[in-house]
Write a protein that binds this ligand. Structure first.
Ligand code: ZN
Length: 116
């Protein structure tokens, strides 16, 4: 099938064409392409805020930068993107104040419904 010059199967695998029936025209029309809701949980706050795991993305809910640290090495201080913070410490801070570190509080936001 072709839509707007693009073959449907040429869309990136994480995108899908969206079709709705337009009641005025009584036919199916493509209204856009939306990203599928494939998200990864932040290892610190646990909300589904990350598009890719371990890709150094900054979580908007807790401000932890996902460098791939997980449960197995959560106590380790990597001294990289999260500075002196270990994942364990960041999780404790998040539980206590709602951010990976209190200094990040001005930057964080509440999780969206879609991130629960
Ligand atoms: Zn987070």
């Amino acid at each position: 099938m072709r839509f707007g010059g693009l073959k449907a199967e040429s869309y990136p695998s994480r995108l899908r064409a969206v079709f709705r029936v337009n009641p005025l025209w009584l036919k199916s029309v493509q209204i856009g392409v939306e990203a599928e809701a494939v998200r990864f949980r932040c290892p610190c706050c646990g909300y589904k805020t990350l598009e890719t795991a371990g890709a150094l993305a900054l979580c908007p809910v807790c401000w932890w930068e996902d460098d791939g640290q997980e449960d197995e090495d959560a106590a380790e201080v990597r001294l990289t993107v999260n500075g002196q913070l270990s994942l364990d410490e960041a999780r404790t801070h998040f539980a206590l104040c709602g951010a990976a570190h209190p200094r990040f509080l001005p930057h964080v936001r509440k999780p969206l419904l879609s991130e629960l």
